[in-house]
Design a protein around this ligand. Sequence first.
Ligand SMILES: [Zn+2]
Length: 140
Amino acid sequence: MADNDNDYFKLLDRAFANRPNLAADISDFKIPKTEDFIEGNKTIIKNIAVIADMARRKVVEIARYLSKELGVPVNVEEQRLIINGKFNTDDLDRRIEKYFNTYVICKECHKPDSRLEVMGGGMYNFICEACGARYGVKHY
Ligand SMILES: [Zn+2]
């Protein structure tokens, strides 16, 4: 009887010990900020490769998203994103944040380990590799 109680408390200890780790994993992930500058009539994001790495997406996928969001052509040149038009850093950060919150970070477990599968009807299937959640998000 006493041994069982002991095991029970050990289990409880373990359960509580695991919780802070989980919370730390979630808050450790920070949505990256853009490093950008304006050159003539263009805006260049120079750390797009880092942003894409953190999202586990291809640079061209993020280029396509930003092009649609901003309504202007966006090209990739030597790991830099060249946006047609002048955009300020706050604006670009907001778009990147929206991208991560919609297409990268799982709305169930808030982890960024995800991938997108193209479905019909203008939707992606969002698949979380951390918790297994699946749900539809709008195609961009
Ligand atoms: Zn998840």
